[in-house]
Design a protein around this ligand. Structure first.
Ligand code: KG4
Ligand code: ZN
Length: 334
């Protein structure tokens, strides 16, 4: 059984995981709340925090896994895309550990971590599928033919879906990250009160746009006097905004699956924690005779288990990276 330790520090989550074969022995995540006051991630604050959290999480993960460093057969880290100063922390630690232990180092693409996460913990091959990755930094539709055999068929032309949730939450005076808070408020809201735009729903390509939707929320909100901005109004805006995002994501994913001739759809990334999105995607896939695989919510937001899983597939295939391999903030999936 191969034992792999992975570190994820691409943005503001510090995470360490230890995977033995298919068994996840430990998966530690420390989220940073310091950024809330700024309404977004401050790179230097994030990297300083990684430097504090990562060693502590390493110790805890090893203890929880009941493993000593000498038993780890490969060390992996996210090498991009992400914030340069954040990526450097995790990659430096993993490289140092690999060098110290005389074991291989594996550089992992964060997007591949998300993309493969729906298969994690399932006893099945990575079979061809159309994958929707929806996170704070990315909105991608990918035709997956197997591990490392990807074709990006659609992407956002402006804001990522999660970025849309975060920016709209900020407009509405809600906390960061915005997704979970918008989902919570939307549960008590009327999704039909505001008819927000479904941008690019009928475009011929598989691309997305969420910037106009955010602007529409801003303009509608500005029509109300301060005293009229009640919790119910906020809930209705959240529900209407969320419904617009979900409709576009679900319809365009199904259209891409149809065009690619795939009978399997996978859903990953932080926004895929959203229960309303999961429900709508499941219903539409079911009606179209398409199977849907989603990762459990703890594997949807940033974590190191997905990085360890992607690394394990590479390692099993006899691959590893040079310790001189650079991080790449703009690393593409293909
Ligand atoms: O995958 P992730 O943890 O980090 C990136 O790689 O970007 O995704 C974070 C994003 C944030 O924008 C957050 O608002 C969004 O995922 N998110 C959600 C929910 N939970 C997290 N969006 C909608 N509904 C949620 N329940
Ligand atoms: Zn992510």
């Amino acid at each position: 059984m191969r034992t792999i330790l992975a570190i994820e520090t691409s943005c503001d989550e510090t995470a360490v995981a230890i995977l033995r074969g298919a068994e996840l022995l430990a998966s530690e995540v420390a989220s940073q709340t310091e950024h809330e006051a700024y309404g977004g991630v401050v790179p230097e604050v994030a990297s300083r925090n990684h430097l504090v959290h990562a060693p502590r999480l390493l110790e805890t993960a090893l203890k929880k896994a009941g493993v000593v460093l000498a038993e780890i057969e490969a060390f992996a880290a996210t090498s991009g895309p992400g914030l340069a100063s954040s990526l450097m922390i995790g990659a430096s630690i993993a490289k140092g550990l690999a060098l110290g232990a005389g074991r291989p180092y594996l550089a992992v693409n964060h997007l591949e971590g998300h993309l493969l996460s729906p298969f994690f913990g399932r006893d099945e091959e990575i079979s061809p599928n159309v994958s929707l990755i929806v996170s704070g930094g990315h909105t991608l539709l990918v035709e997956v033919r197997g591990v490392n055999d990807y074709r990006v068929v659609g992407r956002t032309v402006d804001d990522a879906a999660g970025e849309g949730f975060d920016k709209v939450a900020k407009l509405l005076g809600l906390g960061y990250p915005g997704g979970p808070e918008i989902e919570r408020r939307a549960a008590n809201g009327n999704a039909e009160r505001f008819d927000f735009p479904r941008s690019m729903l009928d475009s011929r390509d598989h691309n997305f746009s969420f910037s106009g939707l955010k602007t529409a929320v801003r303009y509608r909100l500005a029509e109300f006097k301060a005293e009229a901005v009640t919790p119910q109004l906020i809930a209705d805006m959240c529900a209407s905004f969320q419904a617009a995002v979900i409709e576009v994501l679900v319809k365009k994913t199904l259209r891409a699956a149809r065009e690619c001739g795939e009978k399997l759809v996978t859903l990953s990334g932080g926004v895929s924690c959203n229960q309303a999105l999961r429900k709508e995607m499941a219903e539409r896939c079911g009606a179209a005779g398409i199977r849907l695989l989603t990762a459990p919510p703890r594997l949807c937001t940033d974590n190191a288990a997905m990085i360890a899983f992607a690394a394990s597939l590479r390692f099993q295939a006899g691959q590893s990276s040079e310790v001189s391999e650079e991080i790449d903030p703009n690393l593409a999936l293909v």
